[in-house]
Design a protein around this ligand. Sequence first.
Ligand SMILES: N[C@@H](CCC(=O)N[C@@H](CS)C(=O)NCC(=O)O)C(=O)O
Length: 234
Amino acid sequence: MKLYQMPLSDACRPVLLFAAEEGLAIEMETLDLLAGDQFSNRFVAINPNSAVPVLEDGALRLTEGSAILKYLADCIGSPFYPRDAVARARVNERMDWFNTGFHREYCMGLIWPQAMPDRYGWPDAAMQAALLRRADTQARRYLDVLESHWLPHDATYLGGVNPDLSDCIGACYVSIGALVEFDFSPWPHVSAWLGAMRGRDAWQLSNEPFESWCAQRRAARSTPRAAWILGEPR
Ligand SMILES: N[C@@H](CCC(=O)N[C@@H](CS)C(=O)NCC(=O)O)C(=O)O
């Protein structure tokens, strides 16, 4: 098996995390998205979307992170993706929830435009501020739902005592808030769950580049956080 990936990508990190959880031996090819590797003729022939992750397994090629996670889990009969129809439907439901509205508002709407304004922000400062404020409202609503609806208050992970694929996707997405020092204190269950996921050995193995990036950003920041959060020029 071969995975085309980029270690800092929020679409790739769940796959890398799951691979580390299960000790999967997968050949890796790293693309430099900032250098435009995804637009090379060779890679466009592999994935016309010019995006990672991509998994190849013999003649099979998968170009969606969620599908890759489910396939890998099925290949090894992983407990991260239960076979029981009801339990599996619950995992699918949470994965879809993270991948749709949550990702749109929190990742693409709120965090990436602040973390990488040149790539994901808007050229006009007033427009950037207005769109961030709208995304902030929506993202907080999603975090409220994660806090009060999805996360059990008597168990560590989304499905209970053990993590599943939805924890892999969800924690990798939510954790990008660290890039802008997003304050999770209004959501104590989210904070505790994120802490549990970030404390797992597999997270240390797979997310070291991401954690280093967060630490570098904190160290490099010269202006007080409140001065640049929500779109003020940095
Ligand atoms: N729906 C895809 C999205 C994949 C995606 O957008 N990947 C990003 C990295 S997070 C990418 O490769 N972007 C290419 C670019 O920025 O040009 C998935 O969930 O796997």
